[in-house]
Design a protein around this ligand. Structure first.
Ligand code: SAH
Length: 517
């Protein structure tokens, strides 16, 4: 799709199926469409995480639709799509699941057609199939059924001219999948039994299928209403009726992932959180991102610029974090220089991830201490004849002094310059306290001392220890753990390797003891 905003040509509307919730179930075509859209229009069931694919200049418009609560009426949505396209903008219209399966996508297409607006349809993974699949329920199986029906569960039960063919549903051996039916469950069940379907027929409801909040309740036509009431299961859920539901006992997989259902807070800066979030999500956890810090270039970087101009005077360049690497190179490139000016240097990195980041710039690390402890740093440099050498250390403002002190003790001449600053994110305090108070958090991860102190400053003073009482506290290493203790809390688990992988491993061992040895 090509961009042509405001050049007099009409835009195009892409009716896109955003899938059922698992961000990995978005199609490649949908992703590329979102990336290139001028306007993204999305509703309640389309995962907001896809907005991160949109360009910075794109306008993102939420049009709601939760149960009866419509932020914009369907007419207004149609109007909006037409308006934007007529302004020459390309519109990505994101709809949950598949746009043509109970999504009113067809109505939007008809309206576009009538208004002369060009459109394309990008099918999506429908919840009608994928929510059952994530619950271990195949909608067809040769031994059970030869067909499957997708049925609206939304129809008013008192409607005189009902199109629901209850006798047909009841008599067939089809798998019946009802969407939008939670509120009508009792009516659906009664109709099926009144029309002759056996009270023993297995039934499952799958709520928020394919997401870490997925919840499944099973029973039979006779028991499901009471089971759902007890589980307090609400919309959105699909209702599956038929003997395939029994296969869940054998085929359930998603809710058996090791961290399934665990609600884990990520305190890392958003720009750095993606690996941790991806790893934990893959293990089934529900990640709640509450970044406590944001990484920014320093307000004054003259010392760094000066050091880069004098780079010939240095023998060693030492990085203690990926941010140090990133901001050093951003500044270097910003000055119109490239890596050739670094050819004479030796490089040290504290941590394998930092080493990897440096490798992204084509540079091999000469020294990598085993762990980030003063002793292992000293040990690692001991063979490097650092005495009398000039060392440049670009890193965070107000970083700890152990490393430069250790290097200076070994006879090095160390220049510490600020390459970036960590800024406190203050917006999330109220949300965080609410979640903790309501028992909606199982674990909190800390990836540095600054995430700990900033996290604590978000909580109401004096209440922090009480609010964190039953929470699993996961620390990336001993220094972070010390900071946790200094606030009167106890780290529940600590990473062995002081890395994100180590942190994920520690949580895994904590929640599934004995399975990971
Ligand atoms: N076009 C969508 C369906 C829209 S109708 C699709 O193809 O999936 C809205 C209904 O879809 C909800 O009431 C619920 O029954 C179902 N639904 C959507 N997402 C769901 C999910 N993640 N888990 C379970 N049901 C879901």
């Amino acid at each position: 799709m090509t961009k042509h905003p405001g050049n007099g040509q009409a835009g195009k509307v892409y009716l896109i199926g955003a899938g059922p919730g698992d961000p990995g179930l978005l199609t490649l075509k949908a992703k590329s469409c979102i990336e290139q859209a001028d306007v993204v229009v999305y509703d309640y069931l389309a995962s907001p995480s896809f907005l991160s694919y949109a360009s910075k200049e794109a306008q993102c418009i939420y049009v709601g639709k939760k149960g009866g609560d419509h932020t914009l009426t369907q007419d207004k949505i149609n109007q909006l799509l037409v308006e934007k396209a007529n302004q020459g903008l390309n519109v990505a219209r994101l709809k949950g699941g598949d746009p043509f399966v109970f999504g009113r996508g067809a109505e939007e297409a008809q309206k576009l057609l009538a208004s002369g607006v060009r459109y394309e349809v990008i099918p999506g993974v429908t919840s009608a199939i994928s929510a059952p699949a994530y619950a271990g329920i195949p909608v067809t199986h040769r031994d059970h059924t030869s067909f499957v029906s997708f049925i609206t569960g939304h129809e008013d039960p008192t409607r005189k001219d009902s199109r629901m063919q209850w006798d047909l549903f009841a008599k067939s051996d089809a798998t019946l999948v009802f969407l939008m039916g939670v509120k009508n469950l009792e009516n659906i069940v009664t109709q099926l039994m009144d029309h002759g379907k056996s009270a023993d027929t297995p039934v499952a409801l799958v709520r928020w299928g394919t997401t870490p909040q997925q919840q499944t309740v099973t029973g039979t036509l006779a028991t499901i209403v009471e089971n759902v009431r007890q589980a307090k299961l609400k919309s959105p859920a699909v209702i599956v009726v038929g003997s395939v539901v029994d296969l869940r006992k054998e085929l359930a997989w998603f809710d058996k992932t090791p961290l399934f259902g665990k609600r884990i807070v990520i305190t890392r800066a958003r720009a750095q959180a993606s690996n941790l979030v991806a790893d934990l999500t893959r293990l089934g956890a529900h990640c709640i991102e509450i970044p406590t810090i944001r990484i920014e270039p320093p307000p004054d970087n003259t010392l760094l610029i000066d050091a880069i101009h004098r780079i010939k005077d240095y023998d060693w360049l030492v990085f203690t974090s990926v941010n140090g690497v990133k901001y050093f190179f951003d500044t270097l490139f910003g000055l119109g220089k490239d890596v050739r000016v670094l050819g004479h240097l030796k490089f040290a990195c504290i941590g394998p991830v930092t080493k990897q980041r440096l490798a992204d710039y084509g540079i091999i690390t000469d020294i990598l201490p085993d762990t980030y402890r003063a002793e292992s740093v000293v040990e690692a440099f001991s063979t490097a004849a650092i005495n009398g050498k000039s060392v440049l250390l670009p890193r965070a403002k107000k970083a700890r002094t152990i490393l430069p002190e250790a290097l200076a003790k070994m006879g090095a001449d160390v220049d510490e310059v600020t390459a970036y600053v960590t800024v406190l994110e203050q917006d999330a305090g109220a949300e965080l306290s609410d979640l903790l108070e309501n028992g909606q958090i199982d674990a909190v991860t800390f990836t540095s001392s600054s995430t700990v102190s900033n996290f604590m400053s978000l909580l109401p003073s004096g209440e922090a220890v009480q609010l964190m009482k039953n929470i699993t506290i996961a620390s990336i290493g001993p220094i972070t753990s010390d900071t946790i203790r200094s606030f009167g809390l106890k780290p529940t688990v600590e990473a062995d390797a002081y890395t994100i992988d180590g942190l994920v491993g520690a949580l895994l061992t904590h929640y599934t003891p004995g399975e990971n040895t």
